[in-house]
Write a protein that binds this ligand. Structure first.
Ligand SMILES: *[C@@H]1O[C@H](CO)[C@@H](O)[C@H](O)[C@H]1NC(C)=O
Ligand SMILES: *[C@@H]1O[C@H](CO)[C@@H](O)[C@H](O)[C@H]1NC(C)=O
Length: 418
């Protein structure tokens, strides 16, 4: 009896130690966030063990665990028709919302889910796991289709480690081009003048990259009415922006995990992670980066209230091998923030949502600033109590008030601008 008591106390203490992470009190529902984070961390650790044992790639394992552990009840609305199909060989899940009586042609939104280019999906189906047809994004896409009377195309671009950059960008481009054909738009009763592109996290990265590609293509210029980027990933050259420094260990997306997602996206070498965290890939002696430095210089792109006491990390010497081995790091299709001004100035009206407790906050703020300087109309919607990924946490038991508030704010902007 006594020893089981001791054991129980020890287990509870261990669990508490595992779950507890210091969080700023200004974050929404901190205890719930700790629990969600510990489940996610646990899944990552199990995946790493599976990878280490040589049983499966850690990202495949992570995807499997996430989809099996948190079975979501099927989410549907009688007003929204959901179809799985292919657009030029790319799998998509189409959500057709109700038309407004006075508007027979609907708005439409091409949406890319987040998950580090490697996890989650629009319509994931594991052959050995039947109930996984339901995606985390069904709810967001269904509500978007219903509330905006829109057609939402959720693109199931292929994931790492099946494919690597730039295949994800190309998948999204193909699906988008297919949808923009007059006969396809007509089939879905979609208004050709009200097509938007959007995504969260790595999906926001793909949306931003494809919007830039389209504006350089004479056939597609001006076809997108808006871009809406939800806590997007926008650059891989500075992992010491004030938000990266402030949120090194903040849940859902600690800095180390974000850098690892980047390396995986490029099929790069994990040995570079620590050096990249120290900005050794973009040190002053790496000539390839010199021309891009001004576009990333957050001392000029961020306001004083954001910079606070943070200092730029700009090593004089680093490791030139990193950029040589992973030249994709300097590609604007992976880091839309480093695109030239001429590319930015033709972008459509833009919405960027940022979270205070997120390593990616400053990626979004810097992009908003660069777009504004290029003459693009930008709404920067910042949430002081938000954390990365919050918008998909809107349902019991993982419902966060900030999840609902960010989603409503995003929908409100779309209602007024798309
Ligand atoms: C960044 O901008 C600041 C202020 O405009 C300037 O003093 C600094 O030299 C720039 N840093 C780099 C690395 O270009
Ligand atoms: C960054 O590069 C410098 C110079 O090559 C090296 O001394 C330092 O150890 C590197 N930092 C990390 C974290 O590897």
């Amino acid at each position: 009896m006594r020893s089981s008591c001791v054991l129980l106390t020890a287990l509870v203490a261990l669990a508490a130690y595992y779950v507890y992470i210091p969080l700023p009190s200004s974050v929404s529902d901190p205890w719930k966030l700790m629990l969600v984070d510990s489940v996610f961390r646990g899944a990552q650790q199990v995946s790493n063990i599976i990878h280490y044992l040589g049983l499966s790639h850690h990202l495949l394992a992570l995807n499997f665990i996430i989809h099996s552990a948190v079975k979501k009840s099927a989410w549907s609305s009688p007003l929204v028709k959901v179809t799985d199909t292919e657009f030029d060989g790319v799998e998509v899940r189409v959500f057709e919302g109700p038309a407004k009586p006075e508007e027979p042609l609907k708005r439409s939104m091409i949406f890319m889910h987040g998950g580090g280019w490697a996890v989650a999906s629009a319509s994931m189906s594991f052959p050995w796991f039947e109930s996984s047809e339901v995606s985390y994004y069904d709810e967001l896409c269904t509500e978007m289709a219903e509330e905006l009377n829109a057609v939402v195309i959720s693109v199931d671009y292929r994931l790492v480690p099946k494919v690597y950059f730039p295949a994800q960008v190309q998948d999204v481009e193909r699906a988008t081009k297919y949808f923009l054909q007059p006969e396809v738009l007509q089939k879905y009763s979609a208004d050709p003048n009200r097509v938007g592109i959007s995504g969260d996290s790595a999906g926001g990265n793909l949306a931003a990259a494809v919007a830039q590609q389209f504006n350089q293509d004479a056939n597609f210029k001006n076809k997108l009415k808006v871009q809406a980027l939800i806590y997007p990933v926008l650059q891989a050259l500075d992992f010491n922006t004030p938000s990266y420094q402030q949120n090194v260990n903040t849940p859902i997306l600690p800095r180390y995990i974000m850098v690892k997602y980047w390396i995986d996206y490029f099929k790069g070498n994990y040995d570079f992670i620590q050096e990249m965290i120290a900005n050794n890939h973009t040190s002053l002696d790496v000539h390839e980066v010199a021309a891009l430095r001004a576009r990333l210089n957050w001392t000029s792109l961020l306001s004083e209230s954001i910079k606070k006491n943070y200092k730029p990390v700009l090593p004089t010497t680093g490791n030139a091998r990193i950029i040589k081995e992973i030249p994709q790091l300097l590609d604007a299709r992976s880091s839309p923030l480093i695109a030239e001004q001429e590319v930015l100035q033709h972008l459509p009206k833009t919405y960027i949502l940022t979270c205070e407790h997120d390593v990616l906050r400053d990626d979004g703020i810097m992009y908003a600033k660069r777009l504004e300087s290029a003459g693009v109309e930008v709404t920067l919607d910042h949430f002081e109590d938000a954390f990365h990924g919050c918008m998909i946490f809107t349902r019991w038991p993982t419902h966060f008030s900030v999840g609902i508030r960010t989603r409503n704010s995003f929908f409100k902007w779309l209602k007024e601008n798309l």
